[in-house]
Design a protein around this ligand. Structure first.
Ligand SMILES: Nc1ncnc2c1ncn2[C@@H]1O[C@H](COP(=O)(O)OP(=O)(O)OP(=O)(O)O)[C@@H](O)[C@H]1O
Ligand SMILES: [Mg+2]
Length: 148
């Protein structure tokens, strides 16, 4: 496809929006990512970013009810690791506002999930439609071995 990076490997995982599946998503993506040459620190950062995005899908997208599916994909391309987390939940009215650090619609929460994703990943792109759902696309650029 024009303008698309060649995919070296890819995976997709779908599960019900239950909190116990956050760990499943984290382990699956980490196992996929571990095939690629990267530091343990980078792997930890990817795990946190995936956990935050999947938790958001379950907690906010589906409002804690196990009535929806969350889809997680990972792709290894020349650009790096591309991870997407998609829900078909309630969507986000104002994405720019939602992504501001310390912003949360839940007074019990810190509002730091998107801030973690942005600090640990090189790109975070959120597309969302109210009552349709949300997709978070994250890119982790892979440093060349020995570059550090
Ligand atoms: N998948 C989603 N569907 C609907 N709303 C979402 C989704 N993801 C995030 N949001 C909205 O964006 C806000 C900010 O998300 P963020 O992860 O930064 O903070 P939080 O989840 O509220 O708190 P924390 O992640 O620190 O527990 C949420 O409070 C919620 O209103
Ligand atoms: Mg969150």
């Amino acid at each position: 496809m024009a303008g698309q990076e060649q995919v070296e490997n890819s995976m997709a995982l779908e599960f019900l929006s239950l909190p116990e599946n956050v760990g499943l998503a984290r382990v699956a993506v980490a196992t996929f990512a571990a095939q690629v040459d990267m530091t343990l620190n980078e792997l930890e950062e990817i795990k946190v970013a995936v956990s935050e995005a999947v938790s958001n899908a379950i907690i906010h997208g589906y409002e804690g009810k196990p009535r929806g599916t969350v889809r997680v994909t990972a792709e290894h391309t020349a650009a790096g690791l591309v991870i997407t987390v998609t829900d078909q939940g309630r969507g986000i009215q104002d994405v720019a506002l939602a992504m501001q650090p310390a912003y949360s619609t839940d007074p019990e929460r810190m509002g730091l999930g998107f801030a973690f994703m942005q600090s640990f990943m090189d790109e975070v792109e959120v597309t969302s439609e109210v009552n349709r759902g949300t997709t978070v696309r994250m890119l982790k650029v892979l440093k060349k071995a020995g570059a550090e």
